[in-house]
Write a protein that binds this ligand. Structure first.
Ligand code: CO
Ligand code: ZN
Length: 329
C-alpha cells in the first residue's frame, strides 16, 4: 500500500487540476469495477456491485495549492491560496506549476511574526525579468507544494495525504472486495479544498440511499495540541460530528457495529474545525443518510502530513465490511 500511497501523494493535483491524479486512479481500478465515468466537474465515478442499497463513497483527489496573481518587473510571482493555505506554512517550501515551472516561496524583508501573511510572500521561479518569467508561468496558473513521501515504518509522511490516503482506502476497497451485494459508487471528487464542489454535483448525479465520505481528520496527540480524543495508531475514526455535519446516528451506529463484529480498531471523532465532502452529500436532493470514516493525520495542510499505516488498514477493512454488509436503513 505504501508504494501506491507515495505515488498518489507525489502526483500533482491542486483543486481544479486533478487530471494527473484521476489518470493514476483510473489505471489502478480498471478491471476491478463494472463501470467508470468522468462527469462535467471532473469527478471520477466507478460503479461496482448490484442489488441492495445504492451507496456513494467519496474521497477527494485535489490538494491545496497556489494560483499566480501577478508577475513583477523582476520576475517575482505573487500568488493567492487555492484552499486552506495557512500563512505559517509556505515559507521555504517549493512549488510546481501546471506548466512545469518550479520555484521557492519567500517573503519581503526578514519577516517579523506580524508580517507573516500570504500577501507579503512571493515565489521565485529563477527568472530575472518579467519577460523571462512570463515564458515560464502564466497569470492564473495553479501550482502545488512539492515534497517526496517518506516511509517512516509504521508512520508515513507526505504532502497531500489529505486526501490521497482517502483515495487509497477507496482503491484498496475496490481491489479487495469481490462481488458486492450493494450498488456501490466509488467517487473520487474534485475541488473539495475550495468548497466541497465536486461532491455536490456527483452526489446529485448518483443520488444515493447511503453515503460515506473518507477523508483525514486531525488528532489531539501532539505537544500542546488540540483537546481532541483522536490519536494516531488507535484505529479508524468514525465521525460523529464536525463543523459541516452531524453524522446520521443510524450510519454511525452501523459503522460501530461493523467495526466491533469484525474486530477492527476504531475511535470516535468530534472535529472542531473543517469538514468533508459528507457535508454536502448529506444535503443532496431530499437528503442522504451520510457518515464518514476518517484517517487520523497530523500536520494537515502542510507539505508533511503524517498518518499511521495501521489506521489506514483499519479504514480499508471497515469500508470493505460496511460495503459487504446488508443495510436496512
Ligand atoms: Co483538506
Ligand atoms: Zn480532505
Amino acid at each position: 500500500m505504501k508504494e501506491l500511497l507515495a505515488r498518489l501523494c507525489e502526483t500533482f493535483g491542486p483543486s481544479g487540476r486533478e487530471e494527473k491524479v484521476r489518470e493514476l486512479i483510473k489505471n489502478e481500478i480498471e478491471g476491478h469495477v463494472d463501470e467508470v465515468k468522468i462527469d462535467v466537474m471532473g469527478n471520477l465515478i466507478a460503479k461496482k456491485g448490484k442489488g441492495g442499497k445504492k451507496i456513494m463513497v467519496a474521497a477527494h483527489m485535489d490538494e491545496i495549492g497556489v494560483a499566480v496573481s501577478h508577475i513583477d518587473e523582476k520576475g517575482f510571482i505573487r500568488f493567492g491560496p487555492v484552499g486552506g493555505v495557512f500563512p505559517t506554512i509556505p515559507l521555504g517550501e517549493r512549488v510546481e506549476f501546471e506548466g512545469g515551472a518550479k520555484g521557492v516561496v519567500s517573503i519581503e524583508k526578514l519577516y517579523k511574526e506580524k508580517d507573516l501573511a500570504l500577501e507579503k510572500m512571493f515565489i521565485d521561479i529563477g527568472a530575472s525579468s518579467k519577460e523571462e518569467a512570463e515564458k515560464m508561468v502564466k497569470i492564473g496558473e495553479i501550482g502545488c507544494f512539492t515534497r517526496n513521501a517518506e516511509d517512516l515504518g509504521k508512520r508515513f509522511v507526505a504532502k497531500a495525504l489529505d486526501d490521497r490516503v482517502g483515495c487509497l482506502v477507496l482503491i484498496e476497497a475496490i481491489k479487495r472486495t469481490r462481488e458486492l451485494p450493494n450498488e456501490v459508487y466509488f467517487v473520487f471528487t474534485t475541488q473539495e479544498e475550495v468548497g466541497l464542489r465536486g461532491a455536490r454535483t456527483s452526489a446529485f448525479g448518483v443520488s444515493p440511499d447511503l453515503a460515506l465520505a473518507v477523508d483525514v481528520t486531525g488528532t489531539g496527540d501532539t505537544p500542546e495540541g488540540m483537546k481532541m480524543a483522536v490519536e494516531l495508531g488507535k484505529g479508524a475514526a468514525i465521525k460523529v460530528k464536525d463543523r459541516g455535519m452531524i453524522v446520521d446516528k443510524r450510519i454511525k451506529d452501523k459503522l460501530i457495529d461493523v467495526a466491533e463484529k469484525n474486530n477492527i480498531p476504531y475511535q470516535l471523532e468530534v472535529l472542531e474545525f473543517g469538514s468533508t465532502d459528507g457535508a454536502v452529500i448529506q444535503l443532496t436532493k431530499e437528503g442522504v443518510i451520510t457518515g464518514a470514516i476518517s484517517i487520523p493525520a497530523r500536520y494537515i495542510h502542510t507539505p508533511s502530513e503524517m498518518c499511521d499505516m495501521d489506521d489506514v488498514e483499519a479504514c480499508v477493512k471497515l469500508l470493505c465490511a460496511f460495503l459487504e454488509a446488508e443495510h436496512t436503513l
